[in-house]
Design a binder for this molecule. Structure first.
Ligand SMILES: NC(=O)c1ccc[n+]([C@@H]2O[C@H](COP(=O)([O-])OP(=O)(O)OC[C@H]3O[C@@H](n4cnc5c(N)ncnc54)[C@H](OP(=O)(O)O)[C@@H]3O)[C@@H](O)[C@H]2O)c1
Length: 219
């Protein structure tokens, strides 16, 4: 499997990258980011790209891929709806519409989050925007698209969040997280479980397009 990864420098993306590099079924990973991952591996190639709203200048490098793991995302805290939509919906759909045109046989996996609002009409701004993003991704003619909706994600193997308050939260709560992962899998998964589940779903499919934390943990 040849994989394109967005968000490889972030907490979720670092976890997904780790599992891809370890999995013998993943032949290569192309990480597209605005900053380098700092990692070196025979299977890893990186493109530093300046404009995440337009991928036309790198299209020639984006063909021949089987899966895209889209782990790029921002927190909505302190952001206007317009700005959050721009960084969430616009970036994701710019990447997805480019990729589906170049790789119609691709499986696209998007990381949204627990409580994402598929009606697009609820009270929570972030949930509406992610709901619209999911809904429009599911309309694209990919071979298949899956929406991962994790709740909490415990970072393992030295992985850190790029978002300072998320990192502080996970460090503070670390002793509780493993316990929660075992006792309440609907609320907690790990970076390792997310990465492994993505690879499995891209390879074998899943019985439904939206996966919650306990689906991710069962895989
Ligand atoms: N962490 C959790 O517990 C959790 C739980 C549920 C859902 N999620 C969702 O998972 C996704 C990833 O979260 P995370 O925790 O991995 O976030 P993170 O650690 O803050 O990483 C964010 C990633 O997105 C990239 N990025 C952000 N803004 C960008 C922009 N304007 N242009 C290009 N790249 C940009 C960052 O690249 P740079 O390195 O260049 O900044 C980084 O790779 C988000 O959608 C989040 O809502 C996270």
């Amino acid at each position: 499997m040849r994989v394109i990864l967005f968000g490889a420098t972030g907490m979720v993306g670092q976890g997904v990258l780790r599992e891809c590099l370890l999995d013998p079924g993943v032949e290569s990973v192309l990480a597209i980011g605005r900053s380098p991952t700092g990692q070196r591996h025979a299977k890893l190639r990186e493109i530093q790209h300046g404009n995440f709203f337009d991928f036309s200048s790198i299209e020639s490098q984006l063909t021949g891929y089987d899966a895209c793991f889209f782990c790029l995302g921002v927190s909505s805290i302190g952001m206007s709806e317009e700005r959050y939509r721009r960084l969430t919906y616009d970036i994701t759909l710019a990447a997805a519409t480019t990729l589906v045109k170049l790789n119609p046989g691709m499986v696209f996996i998007y990381v949204s989050g627990r409580s994402t609002d598929s009606t697009e009409e609820g009270r929570l701004m972030w949930a509406r925007v992610k709901g619209k993003t999911e809904n429009d991704l599911l309309k694209l003619p990919f071979k298949a698209a899956y929406m991962f909706r994790p709740a909490g994600i415990q970072p393992l193997h030295g992985i850190r969040s790029k978002t300072p308050w998320v990192q502080a939260l996970y460090v503070g709560a670390a002793p509780m997280l493993s316990l929660l992962n075992r006792l309440a899998p609907q609320y907690m998964t790990t970076t390792e479980q997310v990465g492994r589940a993505m690879i499995k779903v891209a390879r074998d499919g899943y019985r439904k397009p939206v996966l919650e934390s306990d689906d991710i943990n069962r895989l």
